[in-house]
Structures are given as structure tokens and as C-alpha cells.
Design a protein around this ligand. Structure first.
Ligand code: ADP
Ligand code: MG
Length: 137
């Protein structure tokens, strides 16, 4: 069993599709082990996306991720990290495979509905960023 971090981003929360996105996870063998709706501060978002701080889109990304509430979740299941990435689809919704979350719900390469950890190591780091051990059930 693996755990990964998922975030339903501000565009998808504003579009009222939290439930539809969680259904994709639950219908494909992932279980919600922890969940919270929060408003990220600029400091939170900048720290969370620290690896991208030299990228040209970094400031816009921090603005976007703080533009409204998000839902942070720990997903658990077999090969959860890769499974979640497959269900999400490519970063750019125009390139995302049909039937993926981003193909169906994302608005743009930036406002792309969901975040998912890209490796087991980053999943552990990102889960620790948002959740205490006692909140993961
Ligand atoms: P992913 O979320 O698929 O792992 P990245 O880690 O490369 O993608 O990028 C993190 C986030 O930064 C993306 O999900 C998206 O919101 C934003 N982003 C990535 N590339 C661009 C870009 N070229 N222009 C604007 N925003 C981008
Ligand atoms: Mg990434």
C-alpha cells in the first residue's frame, strides 16, 4: 500500500466538482485516508512549490493556488503515486488523455484542477507538509 498527496485546486473547487473528482479516485481503487478544505497563504504555496521557484510561471502559480480554497487529501492504495498521476492526466489539459481528470475538468495548463505527488519520496514530504500522522486514517 502506498500513500500520495492530492490537491483539488482552486479552479475545480470553484467549479463545484470536488465530489466528481473524488469519485474518480474511489472508483479506481484509491481511498481517501485524510482530507481538509483550506485556504493556502502565499507563504504556504511558495513553500509547497519551492522546486519550481526558478520557473517563469512560479509567481503566477502562487497567485493561482491562493486565489481560493483547495482540498488537500491523502490517497491510499496499491501504486497510489502512479495510479493518481495516471488518473490526473498530463499537466496541459490539451495534452491530457481522454477520460482523465485534467481532460475533463481543467481549464488551462496553470488552472489544471489537481495536484498529485510525482514520486514516493515527494509524496511522503508533501503529506507531512499538510497532515499530522494522527489525521491519516
Ligand atoms: P504537474 O502538476 O503535472 O506535476 P509541474 O510539477 O510541472 O506539473 O508543475 C506544477 C504546476 O505548475 C502545474 O500543475 C501547473 O499548475 C503549473 N504549471 C506547470 N507548467 C506551467 C506553464 N508552462 N505555465 C503555467 N503554469 C504551469
Ligand atoms: Mg509536479
Amino acid at each position: 500500500m502506498e500513500k500520495t498527496l492530492s490537491i483539488i485546486k482552486p479552479d475545480a473547487v470553484a467549479n463545484n466538482v470536488i465530489g466528481k473528482i473524488i469519485d474518480r479516485f474511489e472508483s479506481n481503487g484509491l481511498r481517501v485516508a485524510a482530507m481538509r478544505k483550506i485556504q493556502l497563504t502565499k507563504k504556504d504555496a511558495a513553500k509547497f512549490y519551492e522546486v519550481h521557484k526558478e520557473r517563469p510561471f512560479f509567481n503566477d502559480l502562487v497567485e493561482y493556488m491562493t486565489s481560493g480554497p483547495v482540498v488537500v487529501m491523502v490517497l491510499e492504495g496499491e501504486n497510489a503515486v502512479l495510479k493518481n498521476r495516471e488518473l490526473m492526466g498530463a499537466t496541459d489539459p490539451k495534452k491530457a488523455a481522454p477520460g482523465t481528470i485534467r481532460a475533463d475538468f481543467a481549464e488551462s495548463i496553470e488552472a489544471n484542477a489537481v495536484h498529485g505527488s510525482d514520486s514516493l519520496e515527494n509524496a511522503q514530504k508533501e503529506i507531512r507538509f499538510f497532515f499530522a500522522e494522527r489525521e491519516i486514517l
